[in-house]
Write a protein that binds this ligand. Structure first.
Ligand SMILES: NC(=O)c1ccc[n+]([C@@H]2O[C@H](COP(=O)([O-])OP(=O)(O)OC[C@H]3O[C@@H](n4cnc5c(N)ncnc54)[C@H](OP(=O)(O)O)[C@@H]3O)[C@@H](O)[C@H]2O)c1
Length: 248
């Protein structure tokens, strides 16, 4: 129970990778705020999994693009758990995969910036004062291996993740003196059930470890970044890709 006494917020934790991170943190003893937008029933199920794993949990609906909603979530974390030690910026909305001439600046480009960079910005600005008060903390921003490549017709997602990578490094540079570590994690395609046969064959050919990640594979890497085992690690982007980032 290496995270006993720590309080964590995981955005977009009602399913998949965020849910697995919440359960992974809870299994190490953390108290976890499970943030979601619409999926209350799903969030309740994740809370039950966190508690069954040995952690404490509360669910909180908040749109991470909305500063006052984020403030309400952080305030609730502080009043329920005494502070904030860990923040995982994980929430996302679907992005368009279309030719550049069919991409709209506001509806597509700015909306991806708002969820990825804006959501992380609001959560960080609200949570960092509490981390400073506790004498340290860990922030992990969820990226994707795809933002480093020319991802076909994915014009809005990659730039938003690239901006979040840059924000990760500028935060890491500023917050080290306060004992706050800031890292990012870049998964490859996760959740095998979502992948059709043709795509599976292509992905497996590009993946040295020979399988598509389960959410728990990603969650364990994120939990490592939050743990004392990563006490001298800040500013890195941990590729959680089975080696695919090298080969596609
Ligand atoms: N899955 C992959 O293959 C993969 C690969 C590379 C990187 N990633 C990254 O890993 C992270 C998790 O991906 P995922 O596929 O597990 O996510 P997902 O299944 O699409 O889930 C998205 C989560 O974000 C929440 N959400 C959506 N809009 C929100 C908002 N405005 N405010 C707060 N929460 C909001 C959703 O809540 P509701 O359900 O309540 O709406 C849900 O919990 C993302 O940052 C993604 O870019 C994923």
């Amino acid at each position: 129970m290496e995270l006993e006494g720590k309080a964590a917020i995981v955005t977009g934790a009602s399913r998949r990778i965020g849910a697995a991170i919440a359960v992974g943190l809870g299994a190490r003893g953390a108290a976890v705020v499970i943030n979601y937008l619409k999926g209350e029933d799903e969030a309740e199920k994740v809370a039950a999994r966190v508690e069954a794993a040995g952690g404490r949990a509360l669910i909180h609906a908040a749109d991470v693009r909305d500063r006052s909603a984020v403030k309400g979530m952080v305030d609730e974390a502080v009043s329920a758990f005494g502070g904030v030690d860990i923040l995982i910026n994980n929430a996302r909305t679907p992005h368009p995969v279309r030719p550049i001439l069919e991409i709209d600046w506001e509806k597509d480009m700015l909306s991806q910036m708002q969820i990825h960079l804006g959501g992380a910005f609001h959560c960080c600005q609200e949570a960092i004062p509490h981390m400073k008060r506790r004498g340290g903390g860990a922030i992990v921003n969820m990226l994707s291996i795809s933002f480093r490549r020319g991802n076909y017709r994915s014009h809005s997602y990659g730039p938003a993740k690239a901006a979040l990578r840059s924000f990760t490094m500028s935060l890491a540079a500023e917050l080290g003196e306060f004992g706050i570590r800031v890292n990012s994690a870049s998964p490859a395609t996760t959740a095998p059930e979502r992948v059709d046969d043709a795509r599976r064959e292509r992905l497996l050919a590009q993946t040295p470890l020979g399988r598509i990640a389960e959410p728990e594979d990603v969650a364990d890497a994120v939990v490592y970044l939050c743990s004392d085992a990563a006490r001298y690690v800040t500013g890195v982007d941990l590729q959680v890709s089975g080696g695919r980032d090298m080969t596609f």
